[in-house]
Design a protein around this ligand. Structure first.
Ligand code: F6R
Length: 247
């Protein structure tokens, strides 16, 4: 996997924001939609802040952007402060000129009986949009991408799954306590992610042990991000700390 190493998360975030802005503009010039796959979590916050700045100061328009988020907790109401719906609106959607109709996120509010059909529909919507032009990813300490925990199949699609306990512990920082962290989530599958035309994974700081497993370790379902070694257009954008264990 090609790895781009920046001094700081700031510098890496700016570089990826620039790649995304260039893609949005290039597609707009051709009158095409730009289909972005988006991630939440702490890792992409600076990147979203830079995209918002480019919208405000450099006329970057999001009118042609169609987005599909990777995942959402289940169950969770959209207006919960912990929902990824709120996260994305706070960090990006509320500050740019995206058409709300172009925003897609797995729905944590569905009745359980409706989840399976909604997941199938999510896959269909991605296909109908022409597939994802650029998928942003973060990296879990256990190697998860989206919420595809170790053991996920390379062919998995959007689905409801059980979060690993260490994922719940890692994400507990946002909640009152561990018991309040949802046990389930809806996530795009590894198969969904691998279909993207381009993938950019971001990782900073203390992700170094996971980065080295994903980039240099064997391709294994025990480290879902290692499957990215099989993608033909995937780059890891990391900072010096996250690169510290690479050989
Ligand atoms: C979030 C997601 C997760 C996170 C990962 C890292 O949409 O899909 O895979 O990217 O858990 O989270 P942070 O960035 O908070 O370290």
């Amino acid at each position: 996997i090609p790895v781009e190493i920046y001094k700081t998360p700031d510098e890496g975030s700016l570089a990826v924001a620039k790649e995304i802005a260039d893609l949005i503009r290039e597609k707009a010039a051709k009158n095409e939609k730009c289909v972005l796959g988006l991630a939440t979590g702490s890792t992409p916050i600076q990147l979203y802040a830079e995209l918002v700045r480019m919208h405000k100061e450099e006329n970057l328009s999001f009118k042609n952007v169609v987005s599909f988020n990777l995942d959402e907790y289940y169950p969770i109401s959209r207006d919960s402060i912990n929902s990824y719906w709120i996260f994305m609106h706070q960090h990006l959607f509320d500050h740019v000129d995206m058409d709300p109709a172009n925003i897609h996120m797995p729905n944590g509010e569905l009745a359980k009986a409706d989840v399976r059909a909604a997941c199938e529909q999510y896959e269909n919507m991605i296909d109908q949009a022409g597939g994802i032009d650029l998928q942003l990813l973060g990296l879990g300490h256990n190697g998860h991408i989206g919420f595809n925990e170790p053991g996920s199949s390379l062919f998995s699609k959007t689905r409801l799954l059980i979060l690993d306990n260490n994922t719940r512990i890692a994400n507990c920082r946002d909640f009152v306590n561990l018991s309040k962290v949802p046990r389930l989530a809806i996530t795009m599958g590894l198969g969904t992610i691998m279909k993207s035309k381009r993938i950019v994974l971001l990782a900073w700081g203390n992700k170094a042990p996971t980065v080295v497993m994903a980039v240099e370790g064997p391709v294994t379902d025990q480290v879902p991000a290692s499957y990215l070694q099989m993608h033909n257009n995937c780059t890891f954008v990391i900072d010096e700390l996250a690169a510290s264990e690479l050989t």
